[in-house]
Design a protein around this ligand. Structure first.
Ligand SMILES: Cc1cc2nc3c(=O)[nH]c(=O)nc-3n(C[C@H](O)[C@H](O)[C@H](O)COP(=O)(O)OP(=O)(O)OC[C@H]3O[C@@H](n4cnc5c(N)ncnc54)[C@H](O)[C@@H]3O)c2cc1C
Length: 356
């Protein structure tokens, strides 16, 4: 949406396609107030940031197609889009564009354990979609695996939605997310078991019990420490990885970086990938946060307007420098430093593979 707005603002004709029934991505599931700096919407709920983006895009005449999935990219900048939700009514259209932005976000990592395919076991993001987007409680007694910010925030939101969060399990010696989120959970009396993992899910037709246990320094289960918890839902918050298949299948060069969540397409300072005319922004280029995704989108939108001749290179360079300053600000401090280095490596890799 940010890329669309910046390009449309400068006179580009923009079409946004989204697989969901609503544009705006994860923001519409984020009912909590954002963390971060006040210039980046801290204290504002994600859902409200999303609503403002949609309104701005609409006012600028951005065309939005929903329930429309990009299923393939072809040479000559053609995108195959599958439109519709009903199998009978579904159709595929080929869209040609002069420039393309890939902003597909990220997908959830899974953890495999005995019984992990039983109904009732899902990604934490799926549980969050159920409660915050579809108003459906996934279950009444939930075990959360993982205590990064996603695990912590979704646990709290499940509690707000009326579920009993039985416990959180974390293999590391301490929680991964912000203490402020963890405190809300522990204050409600929910135990967070650090140095623990899940061994097994039991049940017939649906999960009924979870077996957890302690782990040693090498994250191996310690025999004799098993605990059985009565649960009907297990949510897994074990990190995210860039949803970069479209870009990678098309031939955009990518690089593996664990800090960014895995394989992600490399890009230049304009967010342009190694395939000319194809830009990559947001979690697709490495899992970060909504604000960095928005700024990267803005960068691509301005760069596209520049390359289409809608804005002079001089004006564009001033705006882009400003955005880069904000991006660097977001990636500074103890939580951002590793990401800052990883993103610098990504820019370097682009230069290496293109010999730029
Ligand atoms: C629980 C939780 C809490 C968070 N809290 C914060 C916070 O407080 N502050 C913060 O800054 N960040 C937060 N984040 C992170 C933030 O939500 C993401 O980093 C951000 O949404 C990434 O934006 P994006 O546009 O790259 O991807 P997304 O928001 O995931 O958007 C991707 C969009 O692409 C669509 N899509 C995917 N594939 C296709 C396809 N093939 N065809 C068509 N459409 C497709 C999807 O439907 C989706 O709408 C949180 C994340 C989670 C899960």
């Amino acid at each position: 949406m940010a890329a669309a707005i910046e390009a449309a603002k400068r006179g580009a004709e923009v079409l946004v396609i989204d697989a969901n029934e609503k544009a705006g991505g994860q923001l519409f599931k984020q009912i909590h107030k954002f963390f971060g700096s006040s210039t980046h919407g801290a204290g504002i709920r994600g859902i409200d940031i999303g609503k403002d983006l949609l309104k701005e895009a609409e006012d600028l005449g951005v065309e939005v197609w929903l329930n429309s999935v990009a299923i393939g990219l072809f040479r000559e900048m053609t995108v195959a889009v599958e439109i519709g939700t009903d199998d009978v009514e579904k159709k595929v259209e080929m869209i040609e564009a002069e420039k393309l932005v890939i902003a597909c976000g990220a997908s959830e990592n899974v953890v495999r354990f005995k019984g992990w395919t039983l109904p009732g076991i899902m990604g934490a993001g799926a549980a969050q979609t159920m409660i915050n987007a579809n108003r459906v409680l996934p279950g009444k007694k939930v075990l959360m695996i993982g205590t990064g910010n996603v695990g912590l925030i979704v646990s709290y939101q499940l509690m707000q939605a009326g579920a009993d969060v039985v416990a959180l399990v974390e293999a590391a010696p301490k929680i991964g997310g912000y203490v402020v989120h963890a405190s809300k959970i522990t204050r409600a009396g929910v135990p967070i078991y650090t140095r623990h993992t899940i061994l097994e899910a039991r049940g017939e037709g649906r999960v009924k019990e979870a077996v957890i246990c302690e782990v040693d320094e090498k994250w191996q289960p310690v025999p004799g420490t098993e605990k059985v918890l009565e649960v009907d839902t297990i949510a897994i918050a074990a990190g995210l990885k860039p949803l970069a298949e479209l870009a990678i299948m098309h031939g955009c060069k990518s690089k593996f970086d664990p800090i960014l969540g895995g394989w992600a397409p490399v890009h230049d300072e304009n967010m342009e990938s190694t395939c000319p005319g194809i830009y990559v922004v947001g979690d697709v280029t490495g899992v970060e946060e909504a604000n960095t995704a928005l700024e990267e989108g803005r960068l691509a939108g301005v760069a596209i307007a520049e390359s289409l001749g809608k804005i002079t290179p001089e004006d564009a360079s001033v705006i882009k420098a400003d955005i880069w300053q904000r991006l660097d600000g977001l990636r500074s401090g103890p939580h951002g430093e590793a990401r800052m280095k990883a993103k610098a490596r990504q820019l370097e890799s682009f230069k290496e593979v293109t010999n730029a």
